[in-house]
Design a binder for this molecule. Sequence first.
Ligand code: SG5
Ligand code: ZN
Length: 263
Amino acid sequence: YCALKPDSLHHLPVHPLWQSPLTIPGGTRQSPINIQWRDSVYDPFLKPLKISYDPATCLHIWNNGYSFLVEFDDSTDRSIIDGGPLENQYRLKQFHFHWGAINDWGSEHTVDCKFYPAELHLVHWNAVVYPTFEEAVMEGDGLAVIGVFLKLGARHEGLQTLVDALPAVKHKDTVIEFDVFDPSCLMPSCPDYWTYAGSLTTPPLTESVTWIIKKQPIEVDEDQLEAFRMLLFTSDGEEEKRMVDNFRPLQPLMNRTVRSSFQ
Ligand code: SG5
Ligand code: ZN
């Protein structure tokens, strides 16, 4: 298994969200996991992932006290993904990030036990089969989440639009309008991905997610990560707690195979 350095363990999430159970009794497909590159199995039948987002479906940015969410109008099929491991199309609901207090950790998934400083999650639901997001959350094929690792490097111009808006949602429970944003600008150019059957990484931790983890990270700079770390877990008037280390610890792979779209 993979361990964070012992002197860093006190950074693991201690957050009101996790006052509910830390695990699901009898869970067999929990997330996140370590992706052991040499144990992943190339699947030549995996199709390329097709992404088709309409920037006008973007609605607002919301600090929900655990991350910041960029939410989309999911009442129609205007922002969807299909292909990849998916049997039908899935609608974009929101995206959010997980990150660390420092650059040594912060991602939820790891590759060969390597943590990245942050990870982007684009959350989609199966509106072909289920009438609402809430129902899809409860079903094995209900959700598809694209995971993208963030690594330290050059400033990301697409992300900067978002970073510039963050001071306005510094406190928990603040929302601002954020219309017109195309999250495909946050997608790495390389089409390669890993995929496996898993769960939400926050309560309710339901085992409803087809994970699609992009192999290539995107580059962001130190200032952009620092802007994430200026956000607060706390509401206006409370003693300020920085929003950092909002990731779930690694979960056992159990009886699962991670497939790769590439050789
Ligand atoms: C679900 O999981 C949650 C999100 C949560 C992600 O999409 O939604 C529900 O449980 C509603 C039924 O929570 C919210 O949207 C707040 C209501 O996202 C977060 O909490 C932000 C980190 C977690 O998804 S993930 O597995 O991709 N990390
Ligand atoms: Zn997430």
